[in-house]
Every structure is written in C-alpha cells, then in structure tokens.
Design a protein around this ligand. Sequence first.
Ligand SMILES: [Zn+2]
Length: 496
Amino acid sequence: MTTPRFSDKELQELHSLAREWAKIVSRRAFGDAGPGLDVDFRTFEQIATVAAQGLTEGTLELLLEQQADKVTDQQPCPDCGTMCPTKPHTRTLTTKQGQIQQRERIAHCPACRRDFFPLRPALGLDEHTYSCSVIEKVVTASARFGSFKDATAAVVMSGIEISESQVRRLAHEVGQELIQQRDRKAVGHRQRKLLPRAVVVPAAVVVEVDGGRIRTRAEGSAPGVHDAQNKEDKIACLATMSSQIFEIDPQPEPTEMFLCPRRVQRLVQQMKGGAGEHDEPDTPVESSDRQADPKEAETKDRWSPELLVRTCVASLESSGSFGPLMAAEAQERRFYDAPRRSFVADGMPYNWSIQDNYFRGFEPIVDLFHVLCYVYLSARAVSADETISWSQYVEWMRACWQGRVEEVIGELDQWQERLGQPPKPASDSAEDRRDPRRVVYEARTYLRNNQGRMDYPRYRREGLPTTSSLVESLVGEFNARVKSGCKPVAARPPWG
Ligand SMILES: [Zn+2]
C-alpha cells in the first residue's frame, strides 16, 4: 500500500483554509466586535491553542473513522490467512497534539488464538497506545538524556502528557525491538539474504572498534545497585569518508597535538582512564576534552579524511557474536564494495580477530593515539629527568609516525636488557604497573604485536585514517548516556 503524499502547494492550501476559520473562533470567543482592550495575550494564546487542539482532534478522529468504515466484515488473519469476522473497537491514542479516541476494527482468529487489528499495519500503528511521532520523541529523549527523569521532562515540555514509568516502559520495549531487529540482520547476513540499504557504493570507508568498562545491574531489577557487574561494552563506528590520495606523505612530521606536552599528557591520562585501567586521572579532566582533541586533530588537517556518514553498533555480547553484528551493518552500507577500506582499533587481540574474521579486505591500522600512549609511558619510565624523557618521547613518536617502528622496538629491547625483565607473576598492583621494567615490557609487546599495522606514511598517502578518533568520541558520548542515572544497558540503534 502506498501513502498518498501531499505537495507543498496542497498543504499550503489546507493551511490557508484553516486560517479562515480564525474568524469563527474569534467571533465565538469575543463576539463580532472582537476582544476589548483589557484582554492579554496569554488569553489569546489559550483560545488559539484549544481551537487548534479541537481541530486536530476532530480531524484525526474523523479520518480514522472514515477509514475504519471501509474495512469489510471479514478480514484474513495475518498469520494463517483464515477469514475472521471483524467488529468495532475503540482505544485512546496519545498523539503529539493530545489524546484522541481511535475508532478501529478488531478480529479474533480462533486457529491462532489471537486478536488482530486489520487497520494498524497500514496506519503504522501497533500495540503501543502512542502515535509514531510520540514514540519517536520518547525514544530520542531517552537516548539523549542520562536519566529517564530528564527524558520525561523533555517530552512533557514538548507538550505531551506522559509519566516517567510510561517513558521507561516505551524505551525498554523499543530497545528490545531494536535488539531483535539487529539480531535478525546478523542472521540475514550469515544466510546471505541481507539486502543493501545504501544506494551508492562509498568511495572510502573505515570501521573502528573500541570497548570500555561499564557497570551493569541484574536484568529486571529496579533502579539502584543490584548484582553490580563489571562488563566490557563493545562499540563500533562505521563511517564513510571523503579523502584524497597523495603521491608522497602529505604530513611527514608529527602534528602539533603529538608534540605539545600539555596535550600529550592530558591525552595519556584520558586514555589510561578510559581504556579500562584502574588508574583514575590525577586531576579531573573535563569530559569534553577527550572528544574534542582527537577529532580536532583529524579534521583540521587538510590531508586527513573527512567524515561523511557515521553509524554505530554497540553491544555487551562476547566478541564472538559482536563481529557478525558489525558485518551485517557493513554489508547493508555496502562497505565491502568500497574501493578503499580500513579498520582502525587499538592493539587488543579481540579487535584483530574481528578484523581477521569479518573485515579481511580492510587495511588493518593500529590507532596512533594508543601508540603515543605506550611510547610516552616508556619514555617516562626510562628516565626520571623530564626534559630527557620528553625528547625521548618525541624521538620515538616521530619514528612511529614515520613508519620506523622497528627502530623503537630495537631501542626498547636494549632498555629491557639494561633494566631487566619484569618480575613474574604480574601482581597488577599500582606499584607493579608503574615498574619501569613492566612498562617497557608492555610497550615492546604492544609494538611488536602490531608492527604490521603501523605503516602510517602509506595510510596518509592513501587517504586512510591513522587514529580511531571517531569511535573514541563515540565511546565518550555513549558512556555519558548509559553510565549516568539509571538507564538500562541495551543496544543502541544505529544512528546516522
Ligand atoms: Zn490465524
């Protein structure tokens, strides 16, 4: 069934017609002479609002009724096709402009033992007693605000009467539906039945994945702490990009942000705090910093790729089942057909097993910010003198930037020999994690494991990203929403 669309001209005509009715409203309220000099604007507004509400209510109810009258007495069951008798049914529906009485038809299928409502699918309505635009508002507010209390306040301020428990229930229900939809897509992808949703094949794409620690409570529990658990959430960002290809490295020297001591220190603190480690930053960090800095660094430079469209997949599931969710989204957006493809993540093995299983044709790139973090901490560990350790950091950072990571590994190997091996077993105490022998050992391991994904000069030439700044900022946004207040932890819808 296709919905007739009204042209702007037709809508404008209806608008003009309704304007004419103002004369009737005014006459009824204030008589032929109009309002006296003692009537204030608040009263005018009150009159206009109730008149518009009445018109909306009347129009919606009339249209629904006219449509309901066209439904024949017998309708096929949507599940088994059995013809079933229909009878009138009325329910209260909350719309953007207030509550209305929806006249419709109901039928009962004896074979399936269920009621069905033949009009609802075409109307885009379901068992929720809210119109689609109200549900959209509730879901958007629940996603945007940190608590259901704030989300409810926002919806109420937009003129919709709704309680916090209703908002909570609706958000949970829609959340469940989105999870089911997401999982169905993953199945469709596996069975090669998933159709692309993008029309155009993107020229360049990047898939970025990251995770963070999150505390959840037992499912179905009331707000508050119930069986608090530490879990890892996984977040993937899928972005199309526009970027240039260069003959030579467009940025052979590290950019300002990698060479400014204050910014580097701040970044390291944020990464340590956010990468699931136990260290809290020594000084409070403004929450926007982590999002602003990396983004700035990538978008300011004329050579770095520019973001076009971003969607996101997030889950608390194991990495084994997260890969298929990412792959389904990538397939729908035709990422596999793109001529230039990249996959950026930090060095965690699970990221690269996803890349290996689902994104094999994508250039694997290790996030340069994580590399910065490791070389900075190693430089600090091998020298107590701040000036010396800073210039050591700059030297190693520059080498990594220029694709000479094997030189850094060589020097770190020498340092390890000088300092000795870290004690075993690792105790994971704060002291142990600061032990220079351990810091150097971890940096060597990280760089050696990821050496093949650190050809940064080539990535810049090919117009590919070198940092996972897109997903980093997404993790920030995501955590700000799910961690505060008493929101449930569920999958986010892919958003554009
Ligand atoms: Zn049936």
